[in-house]
Design a binder for this molecule. Structure first.
Ligand code: AMP
Length: 201
């Protein structure tokens, strides 16, 4: 199964992509994570863009994605999280592979800002928490591995608003291209997870 998860920042798309990929034994490909994990020259190139909430160039992200999709583990199926982000990327993707389903997770802009300003990431294992909606048991510490939690620079309010603006103007138009399934993202993590599983059933 080859899936795309689309949704505004804070819709829970990353959390759900991670969960569903484990449940259905698919590979979770987050282009944001691929970029954040970049090293050396590439890291310098993308860091400023990411921190300001801007998109990196289509050329660069398509190249990175193509490389990742050509790895053996992707043969069993995957979930794309964060790609495509605009029409040009969607067209490039069509040349690389065919997609079975597009899941669109919906939340309002206000909810997005509320959730993202509380988002906490683990420095080591990448687990996600939220000081508003999904608190860690001990403040500032990851429940899973005990490492320190931090807030991403692009989760500061100005960067969030910039990212939402780009989402509405550049990412939403790609949905006209796909017959996407809409899921209400303003429900509990478990309910959203179940709704997605039902659709994929
Ligand atoms: P995300 O973790 O999906 O919110 O992505 C974090 C940042 O990585 C974005 O704000 C962009 O700067 C960059 N990024 C991730 N995916 C893409 C993409 N498909 N095209 C361009 N930039 C991307």
């Amino acid at each position: 199964m080859k899936l795309i998860f689309v949704g505004p920042q804070g819709s829970g798309k990353g959390t759900q992509a991670k969960k569903i990929s484990e449940e259905l034994m698919l590979v979770h490909i987050s282009t944001g994570d691929l970029l954040r994990d970049a090293e050396g020259e590439l890291k310098e190139k993308v860091e400023e863009c990411i921190n300001q909430g801007k998109l990196v160039s289509d050329e660069l992200i398509v190249k990175i994605l193509k490389e990742r999709l050509s790895e053996k583990d992707c043969e069993k199926g995957f979930i794309l999280d964060g790609f495509p982000r605009n029409l040009a990327q969607a067209e490039e993707l069509e040349k690389i592979t065919t997609i079975d389903k597009v899941i669109e997770i919906l939340i309002s802009d206000e909810e997005s800002v509320r959730r993202l300003s509380g988002r906490l990431n683990c420095k080591d294992c990448g687990a996600l928490f939220n000081s508003v909606t999904d608190k860690p048991q001990e403040e500032g510490k990851c429940d899973k591995c005990g490492s320190e939690l931090y807030q991403r620079d692009d989760d500061e309010e100005d960067a969030i608003r910039e990212r939402l603006k780009i989402y509405h103007s550049e990412t939403e138009p790609i949905l006209e291209k796909y017959d996407s399934v809409k899921i209400d993202g303003e429900q509990s993590i478990e309910k959203v997870n179940q709704d997605i599983l039902d659709v994929l059933g």
